[in-house]
Design a binder for this molecule. Structure first.
Ligand code: NAD
Length: 296
């Protein structure tokens, strides 16, 4: 199949490579010439602009961009995708953006005659490279069915979450909970250790008791408790605190628009915001435990 792919960054690059690997013909575009060159080496052809990509012979276009402003510019801009794309082309946006913006862009696409899905992912850069991402998809069932084999080349868990914007809604709800639960585990681990319990013993208790969650049993933030997690390597790699801050901001903004209280989500956002201000935005999000511990 001829597929357009726009946005070849840390996530989009490996996702596009996986589509090439299963035999799709890719037409790619990114502002970064180096990212485009990498895909061209793998067999993709380069488009000179979003307009040129839209006008090439593609049946599907996937976008993987940083934030809503980029998505709106690429789709709705004067020389953007919708101004040039054939109405039969299926549009899939995998960027993480707020549900309302996703619905706005999908409505504009529909008006132009194009089916559009929001399909944000979880699984990080490792999942993107391994083709094991989870896709949370919002849009019409027929469009979801059409997209499924394409998404299956990049992910292993493809979930239809309902109508337009619902993929983004599922993603922001999950990531808000992740931010809150990480802070909760950091707080509880720090309290128990400060009261004298050995960190491994405490983690063992929590992980076989009612406090257990992913942040405690798979990604524990306390150094020395687990191997192969960012806490074991100075909080390098993993999921950056600034990316968590972005997702908490999306949750707070989405909630504000519908007057839905997200009390702990907003508090988590503020904690990550001050952590970022202190210069720690590039550390893995489990490093938030430093707010609770004396420097050592
Ligand atoms: P990135 O910054 O590495 O890549 C974004 C790419 O988009 C860059 O190559 C950039 O040049 C390109 N771009 C920006 N504006 C453009 C435009 N107008 N036209 C063409 N290309 C343009 O970001 P990423 O880590 O790949 O993340 C992409 C999305 O996926 C974000 O919404 C992010 O929140 C989400 N996400 C990231 C992760 C992760 O672990 N990195 C995990 C899940 C979801």
């Amino acid at each position: 199949m001829n597929i357009g792919f726009l946005g070849l960054g840390n996530m989009g690059g490996p996702m596009a490579l996986n589509l090439v690997k299963v035999g799709h013909r890719l037409h790619v575009y990114d502002l970064s010439a180096a990212s485009v060159a990498h895909l061209v080496e793998a067999g993709a052809s380069a488009a000179s602009s979003p307009a040129a990509l839209a006008q090439s012979d593609v049946e599907v276009i996937v976008t993987m961009l940083p934030a809503a402003a980029h998505v709106k510019a690429v789709y709705l801009g004067d020389d953007g995708l919708l101004a040039h794309v054939h109405p039969s082309v299926l549009l899939i946006d995998s960027s993480t953006i707020d549900p309302q913006s996703a619905r706005e862009v999908a409505a504009a696409a529909r008006q132009h005659g194009n089916p559009m899905l929001d399909a944000p992912v979880s699984g990080g850069t490792g999942g993107a490279a391994a083709g094991t991402l989870t896709f949370m998809v919002g849009g019409e069932t027929t469009d979801f069915t059409r997209a499924q084999p394409i998404l299956a080349a990049m992910g292993k868990n493809i979930v239809h979450c309902g109508g337009s914007g619902n993929g983004q809604a599922a993603k922001v709800a999950n990531n808000m909970l992740l931010g809150i639960s990480m802070i909760g585990v950091a707080e509880a681990m720090s309290l128990g250790v400060a009261l004298g319990v050995d960190p491994k013993v405490l983690a063992g208790i929590i992980n076989t008791s009612s406090g257990r969650c992913w942040s405690s049993d798979t990604y524990n933030p306390f150094p020395g408790v687990m191997d192969n997690v960012p806490a074991a390597r100075g909080y390098s790699g993993g999921f950056g605190s600034d990316l968590m801050l972005k997702d908490l901001g999306l949750a707070s903004e989405a909630a504000r628009q519908i007057r839905q209280p997200v009390i702990l989500g907003a508090l988590a956002q503020q904690l990550y915001q001050s952590f970022s201000l202190q210069g720690h935005g590039s550390l893995d999000f489990s490093a938030i435990i430093d707010l609770y511990r004396k420097g050592d």
